[in-house]
Design a protein around this ligand. Structure first.
Ligand code: AMP
Length: 281
């Protein structure tokens, strides 16, 4: 596995490699952007990228611009050595490990999230967060120029906005969504789970339980969003709920579940740790 920290070095290396491989008409680059503290969710994105591409690039970059003032940028878990091992064992070809000064300049050019879709749900709890996400993803995609880029369905709104950016800015990368990986007891894997003490981890299970309850209600024929959300809130109540919402695949609020076109989203804090989860129906 090659480790590169300079964006220009990576760009040149990939350009040369693509040129050398151009006789192979199925040469492709799969890209998995992450913020590190890798877990089974990240590994599943890497696995999918390995299956579908000749060369896999993973980036580890704790992107400062997507954190709001007072958020957990300074205490976000950092596991550089373990992350390198995980990437090596997962068969990653290139690990891109830039520093903030490699990615950002002064008087920054940035991408703005759309006025509505970027400022509802998580964008409402964290105004401006998606500007940082879209800006860094645009930069990383321009450095790597991948055939395909892999994003978790767990961050459904992020996935939606990145897909929208790629479509609206006529970019040629294919965005591949990957299913959420969970612990055996249902808790969605997240780097922020490391903040939870055992009692909080137990409480956090209410989030996946509420989604299982919603799914069971839908299976029994209940499609009314209000009914479903009320039952979910009963389960979630002891937590600090930021939102429980049912939206279409393109993130319009739904009054009734549309099978094949709905996502049920939850964001709640447990002991100050913000947790996201969702199910796609
Ligand atoms: P992060 O390092 O948190 O920025 O996440 C990097 C990528 O991994 C994003 O595309 C996330 O949506 C994805 N991801 C995070 N947690 C999971 C999970 N439990 N299952 C699948 N993908 C995930």
């Amino acid at each position: 596995m090659k480790i590169i920290s300079s964006p220009l070095e990576l760009k040149n290396y990939l350009r040369e490699t693509s040129k050398a491989m151009s006789t192979q008409n199925d040469f492709s680059i799969g890209f998995v952007p992450t913020m590190g503290a890798l877990h089974g969710g990240h590994i599943s994105l890497i696995k999918k990228a390995k299956e579908q591409n000749k060369l896999v690039v993973v980036s580890i970059f704790l992107n400062p611009t997507q954190f709001l003032k007072g958020e957990d940028l300074d205490k976000y878990p950092k596991k550089d050595e373990a992350d390198k091992k995980i990437c090596e064992l997962s068969g990653v070809d290139i690990l891109f490990f830039p520093q903030a000064e490699d990615i950002y300049g002064i008087d920054e050019v940035s991408i703005l999230a759309p006025k509505v879709r970027g400022y509802v749900l998580e964008g409402q709890s964290r105004p401006g967060h998606f500007n940082g996400v879209l800006t860094v993803v645009m930069k990383l995609l321009n450095i790597v120029n991948p055939t395909r880029a892999y994003f978790g369905k767990k961050d459904a709104q992020q996935l939606n906005l990145i897909s929208l950016m790629v479509k609206q800015l006529f970019m040629s990368v294919e965005i591949v969504p990957v299913d959420t990986v969970r612990e055996k007891d249902g808790l969605a894997l997240s780097s922020r789970n490391a903040y939870l003490i055992p009692k909080e981890r137990e409480e956090a299970l209410k989030i996946s339980s509420s989604l299982r309850k919603a799914s069971a209600m839908v299976s029994k024929g209940e499609l009314n969003a209000k009914e479903i959300i009320t039952s979910m809130i009963e389960i979630l109540e002891p937590l600090e709920i930021h939102y429980v919402e049912i939206v279409s695949r393109d993130f319009n609020q739904l009054l009734h579940v549309e099978l094949g076109n709905s996502v049920i989203l939850v964001e709640a804090s447990v002991g100050g740790t913000r947790l996201l989860d969702n199910i796609w129906l």
